[in-house]
Design a protein around this ligand. Structure first.
Ligand code: FMN
Length: 276
């Protein structure tokens, strides 16, 4: 599988961006990749010839894929990340697949990846920049035991963009590993009326079922195009559950359509009406 360099561009010692990346590193490892974590803040003050920069350049050269995470500072990516990018060769990303990620304090800067980071990455000659994602810092929390939790709406989309990056690098889809060969199992399961309960629990726990919930209610409110791509990727990974969430997404859409029209009405009453 591919070698992935997972680069955090935050100067913070308690960086949410870095913690989020380390969390996604595990997902990529589970899909068969060799992941090398890299925190730019560990580099010393350096110029082009400094050993640390020569070594960092070698890490970029060795990698097939680069996952780059940055906090949004002053409506753009961090200065620390730019300091490293400036010291790398002009075409340090030539032939690489790149996943850009950002964390920030306000959705006002949700497009910072696209207007600030992406043009700089593009100038370094990557083969492919896969769709990125901006995560609100408040959606990333850590328990006392160090377990990282990402809010459901964000977790689902992050899983999706990470899987898309992984697939571009030839990774194994997470769900396919458990039900391979997918179609043979699906046909046999359908014939015997075996329901994929464990896989559906896993889908639910991933947060993907919340991605169409409106932002006003804490969801990701993804576009129809993104939803279609999520269903396509899930179906490719496991045809047995690919279509099942269709009813769920339709139900969620109807609930919020009715909710918007009749704001004063309690959500549960609307849900009951939709069911009946
Ligand atoms: C100096 C500074 C500037 C910031 N500017 C912005 C900003 O313009 N837009 C935004 O959404 N968040 C901004 N933030 C919030 C950070 O992007 C957010 O807290 C992020 O999750 C921090 O990630 P980190 O813990 O990896 O450093 C700023 C934070 C700092 C410290």
């Amino acid at each position: 599988m591919a070698t992935i360099l997972s680069v955090s561009g935050s100067p913070s010692a308690t960086s949410r961006t870095a913690r989020l990346l380390r969390h996604l590193d595990d997902r990529l490892r589970a899909q068969g990749h060799d992941v090398i974590p890299f925190d730019v803040r560990t580099l010393p003050p350096a110029d082009f010839r400094h050993t640390a920069i020569v070594e960092a350049t070698a890490l970029f050269e060795r990698a097939d894929g680069i996952m780059i995470g940055t906090p949004v500072y002053k409506a753009a990516y961090s200065g620390l990340l730019k300091a490293l990018l400036d010291l790398l060769p002009q075409y340090a990303l030539a032939g690489k697949t790149v996943l850009p990620l950002a964390t920030g304090g306000t959705t006002a800067h949700v497009l910072a990846i696209d207007y600030a980071l992406r043009p700089v990455l593009n100038s370094m000659g990557p083969a492919h920049i896969t769709p990125g994602w901006f995560t609100l810092g408040k959606d990333i929390t850590e328990d006392d035991d160090g377990t990282l939790t990402v809010a459901p709406g964000a977790a689902g989309v992050l899983a999706q963009v990470t899987d898309q990056f992984s697939l571009a690098l030839g990774g194994r889809p997470t769900l396919r590993r458990r039900r391979e060969p997918a179609m043979t199992h699906v046909i046999a399961d359908d014939a015997e009326r075996i329901l994929p309960r464990a896989e559906l629990d896993e889908l639910s726990a991933s947060g993907l079922l919340g991605i169409t919930v409106p932002r006003s209610h804490g969801g990701a409110e993804v576009s129809a195009r993104t939803l279609g791509e999520v269903v396509r990727l899930r179906s490719a990974a496991d045809a047995g559950i690919g279509q099942i969430p269709q009813h769920h997404f339709f139900f969620v859409m109807r609930v919020f359509e009715r909710f918007r029209k009749r704001r004063a009405i309690d959500l549960m009453r609307v849900a009951t009406a939709v069911c009946s």
